[in-house]
Design a protein around this ligand. Structure first.
Ligand code: TRP
Length: 446
């Protein structure tokens, strides 16, 4: 079984897949406005520091546990257990992560579906099919359900092809495209009148704001979500990395790509918002804060695109293509968690497992679609604000306390023979053991 296990075929492939998981809607619609309303460049700086001292160590813990296990997350966590209690805790943590990943996918697919519907709407807009355009840009249960199913179908199609031929191949295609589209959009948006005010709002540092405790806490949450931590996504991707690979370096690249795309997204979103304001669109809510999240994507940007004349539908098309790609490379990483488990544990064929599990998660999405007001926000909060940090805490306890330090070192040294003499090994063990758990407890207290 172990010898026939699917693997990423190259470092580039792994970095694209893991960065594809990390770079998602969180980067593009979360980070820029958070930065702008929280001290601009000062927040970016705080975020950068936190990403490296909190998120990166946990990412490393997940990657090394996964690569050592060479199996699904339940087996990987049990493998480092030292007795019945830690083995059972491993099983519990892996299942909890699997369920959380599935629940995150159940709402993420709804949002991904919105991106896909706006993408199609920009095409129907170009060919003048106004009825269709209007239907696809109006919030409705039928539209939401239809596009959720479409998005889930795309996700399952890629995952069913496997790691190298599905996840890696598509990440290799989609991630460079995402970067290209992003840069293209930035160049265009910076030429719009009013855009420079957005740059200023994003970049001028206000250090007094950035050091407020609530801000640090929200930056931590953002870093956690953005690097897809806790639920076992990175652990299962880690299990597909070759033993020749230097984990601290590879993980560092993934962290840097994720941060860079978030900062780049700021160069797009902030100028776009201020250009929209220049054209008479309201960009601050009644409380005086910058509009963020879905309202930003669907109420601030579309009027901006509309005001651009003939270029409008094309700019909209590029933007929503970008968003759809960002969402898709993230959603495949969520689906891989339960699929890998079902394939190994229950001997299901990958294609069948992907279809079946995507179907079940799709049903959960349908329940959310039909009870949107009551359920959507609750599922988001339960999974991302509560479960993710809690799971991150468990993983630190596993990597720092359960797994013997020497075992970790041996596992980490594969592909990095000089590890124990470097800076990484001087710092990291103490981080996952003491500092990261402490940080996470702080998030909870807040
Ligand atoms: N990191 C992605 C984003 O920024 C979302 C994501 C992918 C994720 N996989 C995850 C979030 C696993 C939490 C857990 O949008």
């Amino acid at each position: 079984m172990a010898s026939s296990r699917d693997q990423f075929s190259s470092r580039f492939g792994f970095v694209m897949a893991a960065a594809g998981s990390a770079v998602g809607l969180g980067n593009i619609w979360g980070f820029p406005t958070q930065a702008a309303s929280n001290g601009g460049a000062a927040f970016v700086l705080v975020y950068l520091v936190l990403a490296f001292i909190l998120a990166y160590p946990i990412l490393m813990a997940e990657l090394v546990i996964g690569r050592h296990g060479q199996a699904n997350n339940v087996a990987s966590l049990r493998k480092i257990a030292t007795g019945p209690f830690s083995a059972n805790s491993g099983t519990f943590t892996a299942y909890y992560g699997l369920i959380t990943a599935s629940l995150i996918l159940s709402f993420y697919a709804i949002v991904g579906g919105w991106m896909a519907s706006y993408l199609l709407a920009s095409i129907t807009d170009l060919i003048g099919a106004d009825g269709a355009t209007q239907w696809m840009t109006e919030f409705g249960e039928t539209r939401n359900l239809l596009f959720t199913v479409l998005f889930m179908g795309l996700t399952a199609t890629i995952v069913s092809r496997g790691v190298a031929d599905g996840i890696e191949k598509w990440s290799n295609r989609l991630m460079p495209m995402l970067l290209g589209l992003l840069v293209l959009m930035i160049i265009y948006v910076l030429t719009l009148p009013g855009a420079d005010a957005g740059l200023r709002a994003f970049l001028i540092p206000d250090f007094s704001r950035a050091l407020e405790p609530e801000l640090i806490v929200s930056a931590m949450g953002q870093a956690f979500f953005s690097l897809s931590l806790g639920v076992g996504t990175m652990m299962i991707y880690g299990s597909y990395i070759s033993e020749q690979e230097n984990l601290p370096v590879t993980g560092g690249i993934v962290t840097c790509v994720d941060i860079s795309i978030a900062v780049l997204a700021g160069f797009l979103i902030m100028p776009a918002m201020y250009a929209a304001q220049h054209n008479g669109v309201q960009i601050f809510d009644d409380g005086g804060a910058l509009i963020a999240g879905d309202t930003l994507i669907f109420n601030v940007l579309p009027p901006l695109f509309e005001s651009l004349g003939p270029a409008g539908p094309i700019v909209a098309l590029v933007f929503f293509l970008l968003m759809t790609i960002a969402a898709l490379t993230s959603s495949i990483s969520m689906l891989e968690v339960p699929v890998a488990f079902a394939v190994e544990r229950h001997n299901l064929k990958r294609g069948r497992a992907a279809t079946l599990i995507a179907g079940v998660i799709g049903l959960v999405s349908a329940v959310i679609v039909f009870n949107f007001g009551e359920l959507f926000g609750r599922v988001v909060a339960f999974t991302t604000e509560f479960s993710q940090p809690l799971l991150g805490l468990f993983l630190c306890l596993f990597a720092g306390w359960v797994w013997h330090r020497d075992g970790v070192l041996q596992a980490m040294k594969k592909g990095a023979p000089n590890l124990e003499h470097g800076l990484f090994w001087k710092i990291w063990p103490a981080y996952v053991k003491f500092l990261c758990p402490l940080f996470i407890l702080l998030i909870f207290l807040a």
